[in-house]
Design a protein around this ligand. Sequence first.
Ligand code: GDP
Ligand code: MG
Length: 374
Amino acid sequence: MDLTTLLQRFQQGDRRALARAITWVENGTPEAGELIRSTYPSTGRAHVVGITGPPGAGKSTLVDRLASRYRELGQSVAIVAVDPTSPFSGGAILGDRIRMQRTLNDPGVFMRSLASRGHLGGISIATGDVVGLLDAFGFDVILVETVGAGQSEVEIMELAHTTTVVLIPGMGDDIQAIKAGILEIGDLFAVNKADRDGADRSVMEIEMMLDLGHMGEAGINRWDGEAQANSGAARRLDRTGHHGTADLASGNPYTSSASARHAADRHGTANPGDISWRPPVLKTTAKDGQGVDALVDRMIEHLNFLKETGRWEQFKRHDAAAKLRELITLRAARTVMDRATAAGDLDRLTASVADRTVDPYTAAEEVLSRHLGT
Ligand SMILES: Nc1nc2c(ncn2[C@@H]2O[C@H](COP(=O)(O)OP(=O)(O)O)[C@@H](O)[C@H]2O)c(=O)[nH]1
Ligand SMILES: [Mg+2]
């Protein structure tokens, strides 16, 4: 299939074209750039929800349930499962497919696993581009499942408007150990496997840590943090009022602006600029679907919160800046390295640095001044 045909079919809603497009982007084929250029104007609509947490917490099972619930609410759903820990994740994909049986045959649900094998530019750019394709294709909700731990997962979670951290009962000590990380990225917390002992205690522990974080610093999640950090701009933005909820279909929770009022009530203020989000902690049993409807409600509430406080628009600028920075950094580095290699400078200077005749800073300066220009 050539690019023009693929784009045509993509725009007609052909899922095979979408699958092919994702493969091109994933493999970094020459057409991928044009594909992204052509589809980018149609992006920025989907609600991107990150689902992260330790392996075995029940993320895939939960994602399957979440997708079903979103379908009940009339939303189309794309699922992206990223597993940076396993370069050959054939087995994992098979497992996910078994756990995601409920939604696998629904044309309103699209599922894709991404292996992370050495994509140029890293897993975060590849995932971002894939999410962009799904967004442009018209999915209302994009659920991104990752194993939470390393830097690449955090980067992937930056793509998400709403991040749900999935934990399981009896992780008290583990939570302590990783709390800095998870408290920062979580907009919602799900204590899954609530059919097991200790779920209530885990909920309490997480609540406590969130409260401590809340009192300790100005903001406990990145949105609060950012809003506080540039409070002037953020609040001006917030005061501009309600953003883009009207384009969502009526007759479901998406149209509700009650959430902002609710949040305002909860925080004892009617000024939207002062509203912050206290991540809710919920119990779920993904195995039988308990607590899933409530979790989806809170995810939608978070989406409404983002839109009604101006953070949705803020996110777009933040995202655009991050994307640009990442691409420029990457391209510039690649260009300089390629030129320096071709000119033999890299080899020569590497040898000099190794035998201590030149220090690395001076060597880097030399390469940059020689090869960074036009
Ligand atoms: N007891 C119990 N087991 C669950 C629940 N949710 C998922 N599991 C099981 O936990 C295991 C790991 O689930 P999976 O969704 O693959 O976890 P992931 O690695 O986080 O994606 C599977 O055997 C699931 O059947 C739950 O709510 N309760
Ligand atoms: Mg999984």
